[in-house]
Design a protein around this ligand. Structure first.
Ligand code: CU
Length: 154
């Protein structure tokens, strides 16, 4: 059993070595003697980091950004609850669909321009603290009469 396993590994290494030589061998042939030593060691050192680093980079991108679309109208936001994880990059597309409104989250320095509908503004920030934060419209008494929602950072 163990011998079979070793033979398979050796075969894989030979195949990888052959692929490497065919791919890179011909352009390097001209410079001659010095490069022969490099070619024997570089297949191993080249393969390891490439296999090891690829997947984590993709994961970071997938987990990093949370996107939401929030619509504002007289006098509410839809949805009125957004939940994210601490450290998330949050991207909110604010659609003002009816009236004169804006969109603000004081704790994260988020502020859309006050404008008459229809308008769309994209707002981005990093949710770097845990807690419940209110997003609201700062026009007149809109916040007091219900134009607000909750951003929950867990
Ligand atoms: Cu408003």
């Amino acid at each position: 059993m163990k011998n079979t396993f070793v033979v398979i590994i050796v075969l894989v290494l030979i195949v990888l070595g052959a692929v490497f030589f065919m791919g890179k061998g011909s352009p390097v042939e001209a410079p001659a003697t010095d490069s022969v030593n490099n070619q024997e060691t570089s297949p191993v050192s080249n393969m390891m980091p490439v296999l090891g680093t690829d997947p984590p980079v993709e994961e970071m991108i997938v987990f990093g950004v949370k996107e939401f679309t929030v619509s504002g109208q007289n006098f509410s936001f839809t949805p009125s609850l957004i939940t994210v994880k601490k450290g998330d990059r949050v991207k909110i597309t604010f659609n003002n669909t009816g009236g004169f409104h804006d969109f603000k989250i004081d704790e994260f320095g988020v502020a859309a321009k006050q404008a008459q509908s229809p308008t769309t503004e994209v707002l981005e920030f990093t949710a770097d603290k845990v807690g419940s934060f209110e997003y609201y419209c700062s026009v007149g008494s809109h916040r007091a009469i219900g134009m607000k929602g909750t951003l929950k950072v867990e």
